[in-house]
Design a protein around this ligand. Structure first.
Ligand code: KG4
Ligand code: ZN
Length: 333
């Protein structure tokens, strides 16, 4: 069994997975969304304090049943918030030391890719669109150790733009699901927001211009009624998704690459409108769309454990004295 820990942002999560069968024997996640919602975003010090409270509680439950069956400990070490990553890493080090078992350091973004293969064998090569709170990237995944970022955002990320739009209208945090709910009852043709980089051949993403356009629209109102909020959300979501679709279409066209499988992962991949638009984009190319199960789209320790199983098979362990956290990941490993 492998015990995995995730604490890179505002979710405390621990999982226990059988290394051979990849079956999940334990998984618990405690989200801090309500705690941060007053602030319209994650407050790192508060997040770290909450991880320090909740991770040990989850660990006690996990160890109750599987303490003697553990063969390795895996933990997210990068990228993420330094103070919250530290909470998980301290726990992982103590566990690995006391049980005299190896430690595996996991890249959170790589973990999101493995959310596609929970309890399954991997299907590589695959091209992946990662849309989360901190990242918007297209990654060409060849093998476990050969993943190349081919497109990324030059400013805000896709999920972050939903969070910021929700914050502008005081709708709460995280903004993604809230904006999606409003968008479902709004009219997307009411406001013509720009589709970022629409007339550019640059293979990159950008969300700050769209965010500013939404801000200018909101500033026109002295009071926002529910139906105006819904129309703003629907019009914003339309442009945000169209931008992704347009840039991925350009990627296929300019690079002449037609992957067999194209996946969307990360917290924002739970957006059903996004899934429908990606399905429609891929259909004429004959490319197979792939998504993680909804419960594994947002941050969780199961995907971290699934990724770490591949490291375990390759004997890729981390020296307990040299395990380092990184707030950014400079490369994809
Ligand atoms: O992957 P994740 O749980 O955490 C990071 O690694 O960042 O992603 C969280 C992000 C937040 O920005 C959240 O607003 C966004 O994913 N998100 C969504 C939806 N659900 C979550 N964005 C758009 N539509 C959604 N339904
Ligand atoms: Zn994430």
């Amino acid at each position: 069994m492998l015990l995995s820990i995730e604490s890179s942002c505002d979710d405390s999560s621990i999982a226990i997975t059988d290394i051979k069968s990849k079956k999940i024997f334990f998984h618990k996640k405690i989200s801090q969304e309500i705690d941060h919602s007053h602030y319209g975003g994650v407050v790192p010090e508060l997040a770290a304090r909450l991880h320090a409270e909740t991770l040990p509680k989850i660990l006690i439950e996990a160890l109750n049943s599987y303490s003697d069956s553990l063969s390795a400990i895996a933990v997210t070490t990068h990228p993420g918030l330094a103070v919250t990553l530290n909470e998980g890493v301290i726990m992982a080090k103590a566990l690995a030391l006391s049980k005299k078992i190896p430690l595996i350091s996991v890249n959170h973004l790589k973990g999101h890719i493995y959310s596609l293969f929970i309890e399954n064998e991997v299907i590589f090569p695959i091209t992946v669109l990662l849309v989360s709170g901190g990242h918007t990237q297209v990654i060409e995944v060849h093998t476990h150790d050969d993943m190349k970022i081919v497109m990324s955002t030059s400013d805000d990320s896709f999920g972050e733009s939903f969070d910021k739009v929700a914050k502008m209208m005081s709708l709460g945090y995280p903004g993604g699901p809230i904006v999606e709910r409003y968008a479902a009852v709004g009219d997307k043709s009411k406001i013509k927001f720009p589709i970022p980089l629409h007339n550019s051949n640059k293979l990159e993403f950008s969300y700050s211009g769209l965010k500013n356009a939404v801000k200018l629209e909101i500033d026109k109102y002295t009071f926002l009624e529910e139906n105006s909020i819904a129309d703003i959300c629907a019009s914003f979501q339309y442009s945000a998704i169209e931008h992704l679709v347009h840039k991925i279409r350009q990627y296929f066209k300019f690079t002449n690459k037609k992957p067999k499988n194209f996946a969307v992962v990360g917290g924002a991949s739970a957006n059903l409108q996004l899934r429908q638009s990606i399905d429609a984009l891929l259909k004429p190319y004959g490319v197979n769309p792939m998504y993680a199960q909804l419960q594994y789209c947002s941050d969780n320790a199961v995907m971290i454990g699934r990724c770490a199983i591949e490291d375990y098979k390759l004997n890729k362990f981390t020296d307990i004295h040299n395990i380092n956290i990184q707030t950014k990941s400079l490369e994809f490993l």
